[in-house]
Design a protein around this ligand. Structure first.
Ligand code: G3H
Ligand code: 13P
Ligand code: ZN
Length: 307
């Protein structure tokens, strides 16, 4: 199959109350694990590439690996730029065959965010490419509660932002955060805010970043086999499921891939101290990514059989 844009994926996800997983990819084993899970579940998949991934593997390597996977995959796959920091990186990805790009101007002023998002939209739409933008700032676990809430997406700004930029989907801040340490106390998302945003943008796809659930089995496995990720915690799966049933059509997951790989590699190496063949632990890691993604598709995103 060829890469597609997310338009039809999101239309259906919105209408049927599920979300599509957007998984960060950095190497062959991650791409294969995710695509195998998608194929077995007959689920749509978004593969997303960050600036860090482009730097690590090279954009062309990643695109070619995904193209290789597409030769046998019979599921819809979107290739998306994650957190594009400026117009140039968005342009490079549009030119490089991505079917969707994110411009992340969330750390800029409202007007500056609008101006660059608009510029990206004009270029991307001329090339038939989807644009995700972001309004509001994701909480960092180190920030205090007051600061976090003041940075949540302001529902009063969303309609104007979408109208003036022409962006196709919008990432919002409602309490999630990037990384493996998301909540100090009780895990909470601001569903009232999400509902308000949904009402103000009827039929419009919302994106949830920082949505790994940091499964405790991986935390435990890391710590048992020489790691130190004590206190790591994520967004509980039932909250993600609830968001997927609302206006959220895309749920971003990177940390859980890192956790699945690192935990399984640590365990494998501890149990096979004599093994020096990278294929041993990389195969185990690929299998762990596949199983984790399959679990998400079935039990969290609700997109099994929606390919
Ligand atoms: O949101 C950020 C993603 O987890 C990508 O992380 O920039 O380290 O590749 P990265
Ligand atoms: P996590 O760190 O929760 O996996 O979030 C990933 C993300 O939002 C990528 O854009
Ligand atoms: Zn993100």
């Amino acid at each position: 199959m060829a890469l597609i844009g997310p338009k039809e994926m999101f239309r259906r996800a919105y209408a049927e109350g599920y979300a599509v997983g957007a998984f960060n990819v950095n190497n062959m084993e991650i791409i294969q694990g995710i695509m195998q899970a998608g194929a077995e579940e007959k689920a749509p998949i978004i593969l997303q590439v960050s600036a860090g991934a482009r730097k690590y593997a090279g954009q062309n390597y990643i695109v070619k690996l995904i193209e290789a996977g597409l030769q046998t995959a019979e599921i819809p796959v979107v290739l998306h730029l994650d957190h594009g920091a400026d117009f140039q990186i968005c342009k490079d990805c549009v030119d490089g065959g991505f079917t969707s790009v994110m411009y992340d101007g969330s750390h800029h002023s409202f007007e500056d965010n609008i101006a660059v998002t608009r510029q990206v939209v004009e270029y991307a739409h001329d090339h038939g490419v989807w644009v995700e933008a972001e309004l509001g700032q994701l909480a960092g676990v180190e920030e205090d509660v007051v600061a976090e809430h003041s940075l949540y997406t302001d529902p009063d700004q969303v309609a104007e932002f979408v109208d003036r930029t022409g962006c196709d989907s919008l990432a919002v801040a409602i309490g999630t955060s990037h990384g493996a340490y998301k909540f100090k106390g009780e895990a909470k998302l601001d569903f009232d805010r999400l509902e308000k945003i949904g009402q103000l943008l009827p039929g419009y796809p919302i994106v949830l970043h920082g949505a790994s659930s940091v499964p405790q089995e991986f935390v435990k496995m890391c710590n048992e086999y020489g790691g130190n990720v004590a206190g790591a915690s994520g967004v509980p799966e039932n909250l993600l499921r609830k968001a997927a049933g609302m206006a959220v059509c895309k749920i971003n997951i990177d940390t859980d891939i890192r956790m699945a790989m690192t935990a399984s590699i640590r365990k494998y190496l501890a149990e096979h101290p004599e093994d020096i063949d990278p294929r041993g632990y990389l195969k185990t890691a690929r299998e762990a990514v596949k199983n984790m993604v399959q679990h998400k598709i079935r039990n969290v995103l609700g997109c099994s059989g929606k390919a």
